[in-house]
Unconditional design. Structure first.
Length: 192
């Protein structure tokens, strides 16, 4: 009995050291060496300041910017509260929120079909991307607010449209933060 207990305790200590200390440090070291940017959150810096992450969405509400999709994560894109709302399609709260969002969007771009990702949150609530259709839907509002021809914004959206990963995984998408940062460089908002 004593021999089995000693073996069990030693085995626990050895596996804890290997899988609880050595393995995590080894994986972290490899990630830092081979994928430094990705291992550190893919942060975007501008003028020495971190302005966001390529992989975490953030809210844009000013009319002169492209807007992200809604977030169900806490107070909006709160990584500590990452999750979807888990509301069923028949849930009154979800129906009311989507109807309100659709109504507001319709006033921005009357008679245009609203892309679904502009009224629905992602599963994590942190999605930094919208579809190219969602970006195109917003072009008239952004062009109006920035006094730009729509063709300039069409080119900007096309430049920021990422294709499918490996040519067949996922859907084409536009990173909203990167698009808005480029928009500010291309045509800064005039102070009102």
């Amino acid at each position: 009995m004593r021999r089995h207990l000693t073996t069990a305790v030693l085995y626990t200590i050895v596996t804890t050291v290997i899988f609880g200390v050595i393995y995590p440090y080894a994986v972290t070291a490899v990630a830092q060496l081979l994928f430094h940017d990705k291992a550190n959150g893919q942060l975007i810096q501008q003028n020495g300041q971190v302005v966001g992450s390529r992989i975490i969405g953030q809210p844009f509400t000013a009319p002169g910017y492209f807007h992200s999709r809604p977030s169900a994560a806490g107070n909006g894109y709160d990584a500590a509260n990452s999750s979807g709302s888990n509301y069923a399609p028949t849930n009154k709260k979800l129906i009311d929120r989507v109807a309100g969002d659709a109504s507001a969007l319709q006033s921005d771009n009357p008679n245009a079909d609203i892309p679904v990702d502009l009224v629905t949150a992602s599963a994590s609530g942190l999605d930094p991307h919208i579809t190219p259709a969602a970006a195109d839907f917003q072009i008239p509002r952004v062009a109006r607010e920035r006094n730009l021809p729509p063709s300039t914004l069409i080119e900007l959206v096309a430049r920021h449209t990422e294709g499918r990963q490996l040519g067949f995984l996922g859907e084409p998408r536009v990173n909203v933060l990167e698009l808005n940062l480029d928009l500010d460089r291309t045509a800064p908002l005039a102070a009102k």
